[in-house]
Design a protein around this ligand. Structure first.
Ligand code: ZN
Length: 312
């Protein structure tokens, strides 16, 4: 996921001036003008050029931390100093180092979205930001077992009940010191066999987009916690097979599925690097791999964006 800046993605306060504005190059004195006639003038002009360059580099660097906000991506907002909490679509979002880190659903409509910010005095106001469209590539897969593409009515009953449990797992919001989550690392080494967000066509039938990252690895490869967290749900589910949910706090939840073996139990605290299960091909899988989902405020987001954001 590139972190280049494009215009039109920076949020702005709807009913209040931004607490902090980024400097603009246009406010700097113009570079150029009359040719220098003496050494002092040349030195002054060089200083002006250097100041402009420094400012330009500074602007570029500050933008690298604020990538485009796309469906399935993140929106990172600097919060006003007195902000106490923030919500998006009615759910609390993760707060870290004076910033709100918001998970945007893959199904989000491009256009204007709003982060609600509540100050210490209880006053609420909206911070508008723009979600820009992203066309994720299409991926066609052939699944041997037709019931894994078109489940029968009894399967559907089971799927609905499992989905409700998993949805509750994703919607958890536990207070936690999230500074301990850095660095947030990959749960295993392997080849990405299916990136996040791909539009799935299973046996020629359109299905939900890919809500995680697939990492191919030999059966039995250990899967480790990417950061500290508590095991909030384990089970053997219809599509996901053997599955572990880890709640890292403040709405950051990770899910590991298709495991051959689960090495953790509900309620267990995990440290970064602690093995929670082994790679397998249980549930709807075409071969041994880990499907890894990362969720923020109830929305599955690109795991690589979260790794980049919480790298250090
Ligand atoms: Zn997957």
């Amino acid at each position: 996921m590139g972190y280049q800046h494009r215009p039109g993605t920076t949020g702005h306060l709807v009913d209040r001036a931004p607490a902090r504005r980024r400097s603009g190059v246009t406010s700097e004195r113009p570079v150029g003008g009359q040719p220098p006639t003496q050494t002092a003038a040349a030195g002054e002009q060089l200083n002006t050029v250097l100041r402009a360059l420094t400012l330009l580099i500074g602007v570029c660097v500050s933008h690298t931390a604020f990538p485009d906000t796309v469906p399935g991506g993140l929106y990172v907002a600097e919060l006003p100093p007195h902000a106490q909490r923030a919500t998006y679509e009615g759910r609390p979002v993760l707060l870290l180092d004076g910033k709100a880190i918001v998970g945007i659903p893959l199904a989000a409509a491009p256009g204007s979205h709003t982060l609600q910010i509540v100050d210490a005095d209880g006053a609420a106001h909206g911070l508008a930001f723009t979600v820009v469209p992203k066309q994720y590539p299409e991926q066609r897969l052939t699944i041997e077992n037709p019931r894994m593409v078109n489940p029968d009515p009894r399967d559907l009953e089971r799927i609905r009940s499992e989905s409700a449990r998993m949805r509750a797992g994703y919607l958890s919001y536990e207070p936690a010191d999230v500074t301990r989550l850095r660095p947030f690392v990959m749960p295993l080494e392997g080849i990405t066999s299916s990136p996040f967000g791909y539009r799935r066509i299973l046996n020629d039938q359109p299905r939900n987009p890919h809500s995680g990252l697939d990492i191919a690895a030999p059966e039995g490869t250990p899967v480790a916690a990417p950061a500290p967290g508590k095991v909030s749900l384990t089970g053997n589910f219809y599509f996901n097979g053997r599955t572990v949910f880890v709640d890292h706090g403040q709405g950051l939840v990770t899910m590991y599925c298709h495991l051959s073996k689960i090495n953790a139990s509900e309620g267990q605290d995990l440290q970064r690097g602690e093995v929670l299960g082994l790679v397998g091909a249980t549930g709807r899988a075409t071969g041994p791999h880990l499907h890894w989902s990362v969720s923020l405020n109830g929305n599955r987001v690109d795991p690589e964006q979260v790794i980049a954001l919480l790298a250090q």
